[in-house]
Each structure stands twice: as structure tokens, then as C-alpha cells.
Write a protein that binds this ligand. Structure first.
Ligand code: IDP
Ligand code: MG
Length: 139
């Protein structure tokens, strides 16, 4: 059993497609065990994307991620990190396979609808960034 952090990004909340994303996540067999809507402030977004601080797209990414509410959740399941990354597809919707969440819901490489942790270490850090152990339910 593994856990991963998912973020439904502001573009999806703004266009009322949170339910459509969650439906596909649940259909895939991944189970949400914590969920919260919040509006990231600049420091929270910068801290979350700290590894990208030197990237040319960092400022714009932070602008986007603070532009409106997001839905953060913890997904649980066997091999959850890799399974969710597969469900999402490549970061850039143009390069993502048909049927993946980035392809179906993303607009471009920045406004790409959703986030998922990329490895066990990052999943642990990202889950702890938003949730405490007591926030996670047993299912
Ligand atoms: P990931 O979200 O698939 O792990 P990362 O490379 O970690 O991809 O990038 C984090 C986020 O930064 C992406 O989800 C996307 O929103 C944004 N991003 C990544 N690469 C670019 C880019 O080349 N231009 C603009 N935004 C980007
Ligand atoms: Mg990443």
C-alpha cells in the first residue's frame, strides 16, 4: 500500500471540472484518504515547488498556482505513485498519451490540470506539506 499527493490545479477548479477528475481517479481504483480545498499563498506555492526555484517557469508557475483555489488530496493504493503518474500521463498535455488526465484536461505544459508526486520521498514530503497523520482516514 502506497500514498501519493494529488493537486487539482486552479484551472480545473475555475472551470468546474473537479468532479470529473475525481471520478477518473476513483474509477482507477485509487482511494482518496484525505482531501481539502485551499487557496495557496505565494510562500506556500514557492515552498511546494522549491526544487523548481531556478527554472525559468518558476515565477509563472507560482502565479498560476496562486490564481485560485486548488483541491489537495492524498490517494492510497498499491503502487499509487506510479499508477497515478500513469493516469496523468506526460507533464505536457501535447506529449501525453490519449486518455490521460493531462491530455484530457490540460491546456498547456504549465496549466496542466493536476499534480502527482513523482517518487516515495517526494510523496512523503508533499503529503506532510498539507496534511498531518491525523487527517488521513482508514478505508
Ligand atoms: P510534473 O508536475 O509532471 O512532476 P515538473 O517538471 O515537476 O512536472 O514541473 C512541475 C510543474 O511545473 C508542472 O506540472 C507544470 O505545471 C509546470 N511546468 C513544468 N515544465 C514547465 C515548462 O516548461 N513551462 C511551464 N511550466 C512548466
Ligand atoms: Mg514534479
Amino acid at each position: 500500500m502506497e500514498r501519493t499527493l494529488a493537486i487539482i490545479k486552479p484551472d480545473i477548479v475555475a472551470t468546474n471540472r473537479v468532479g470529473a477528475i475525481l471520478e477518473r481517479i476513483e474509477e482507477s481504483g485509487l482511494r482518496p484518504v484525505a482531501m481539502r480545498m485551499l487557496k495557496l499563498d505565494r510562500r506556500q506555492a514557492e515552498g511546494f515547488y522549491d526544487v523548481h526555484r531556478e527554472q525559468p517557469f518558476f515565477r509563472s508557475l507560482v502565479e498560476f498556482m496562486t490564481s485560485g483555489p486548488v483541491v489537495v488530496s492524498v490517494l492510497e493504493g498499491d503502487d499509487a505513485i506510479a499508477r497515478y503518474r500513469k493516469l496523468m500521463g506526460a507533464t505536457d498535455p501535447e506529449k501525453a498519451d490519449p486518455g490521460t488526465l493531462h491530455k484530457l484536461f490540460g491546456t498547456n505544459v504549465e496549466r496542466n490540470a493536476i499534480h502527482g508526486s513523482d517518487a516515495p520521498e517526494t510523496a512523503r514530503r508533499e503529503i506532510a506539506y498539507f496534511f498531518g497523520e491525523l487527517d488521513l482516514v482508514q478505508r
